[in-house]
Design a protein around this ligand. Structure first.
Ligand code: T6T
Length: 331
């Protein structure tokens, strides 16, 4: 028989129906069929933290895990050994063809993490930023973070109150250039310091997020700046290092230390008088909301591009009333 356009069309339709029936039989309906693409009925979320075994990220994981369970999704958590873009890229690339439906990630560098995260997005996963963010705002469906600039400002106001009008110099310890959160805290602090003319900044020092480097910067600043009255440590590693530097120089309590975060070691330091104040974030809330946004995106519900989580200034006097903001070592 000669094939007319009509017989070609009906043969194609029959093939399509047969394929659909076969797919139904194998339970594949709803899956994309492309091994690089997450299936539509995929209930798997992955959280990639900034660094492993750190109380900030553990608390974030606890919030995310509980929410994922509540919403009927699984959550797998991974983290690089160090807060390092190359190491985190390896973790992102290792997702390979077994992609989660959504990736929650704390990018360790606002630019260097763009390409690997974009690739995951191109292969069909939804992206949610938790804590840190990329400069490129077109990649993630949502970003959940503290208001870090505001946190820096709050730290400067707290330090100014502690110093009480005395003139002197102030040191800021940042982590790594390209870390959106701590860079914003350092800037917020420095901007606010201009409203306190008795306090002079000796500049922002980067520490590569290594407590040892932070301790060394404090030792050097104490030696070179006799009128040093305060230090702002923009995260828990810089804070822990600063406390070590002050301890080594016998300057605990003489130079005010305002830290960011509320790790068990910082909380103990606050109780012992090594820190005069801590600005605690709410990492569990960041994790919880991160999962909610990822699930909303997957289920075709509205998402919010930017969500701000809470911040709390804590001193020794009110620390017992603020225990709920202390970070966890395990869920
Ligand atoms: O301060 C947090 C987090 O917000 C920041 O982005 C990186 O450092 C921490 O994880 C604490 O070490």
């Amino acid at each position: 028989m000669k094939a007319t356009p009509r017989t070609v069309l009906s043969a194609a339709s029959a093939l399509a129906v047969a394929a659909l029936v076969a797919a139904c039989g194998s339970g594949q309906v709803g899956q994309s069929g492309d091994p690089g693409q997450p299936a539509q009925n995929n209930k798997k979320l992955t959280l990639i933290q900034g660094v492993q075994a750190e109380p900030f990220y553990i608390s974030m994981q606890c919030g995310a895990q509980a929410e994922a369970q509540k919403l009927g999704y699984s959550l797998d958590t991974q983290a690089p050994q160090k807060f390092d873009a190359a190491m985190q890229t390896e973790k992102v690339n290792a997702l390979g063809s077994n992609l989660p439906a959504a990736l929650l990630i704390a990018p360790t560098d606002a630019q260097a993490m763009l390409a690997p995260i974009q690739q995951v997005k191109n292969r069909g996963a939804k992206i949610v930023e938790v804590d840190t963010a990329l400069d490129d705002k077109s990649v993630a469906v949502s970003s959940i973070s503290s208001n870090n600039a505001e946190g820096g400002k709050l730290a400067a106001q707290t330090l100014a109150k502690l110093v009480g009008g005395k003139a002197g110099s102030v040191l800021v310890l940042d982590t790594i250039a390209g870390t959106s959160t701590t860079n914003a805290r350092a800037k917020g602090f420095s901007d606010e310091l201009k409203n306190h003319p008795n306090l002079k900044s000796v500049g922002i020092q980067f520490t590569q997020n290594e407590p040892d480097q932070a301790a060394g910067k404090v030792t050097a600043a104490i030696a070179s700046t006799p009128d040093l009255v305060g230090i702002f440590a923009t995260n828990l590693n810089t804070g822990e290092g600063a406390a070590t530097g002050l301890r080594n120089a016998g300057k605990i309590g003489q130079i005010n230390l305002v830290g960011f975060d509320a790790s068990p070691s910082e909380v103990e330091g606050l109780r012992k008088g090594e820190y005069q104040a801590l600005i605690a974030q709410d990492p569990a809330e960041i994790g919880t909301k991160g999962v909610q946004q990822a699930v909303a995106a997957l289920e075709g519900k509205p998402t919010e591009r930017n969500i701000t989580a809470g911040l709390h200034s804590i001193t020794k006097d009110d620390m017992d009333a603020n225990q709920k903001y202390f970070y966890k070592q395990q869920c």
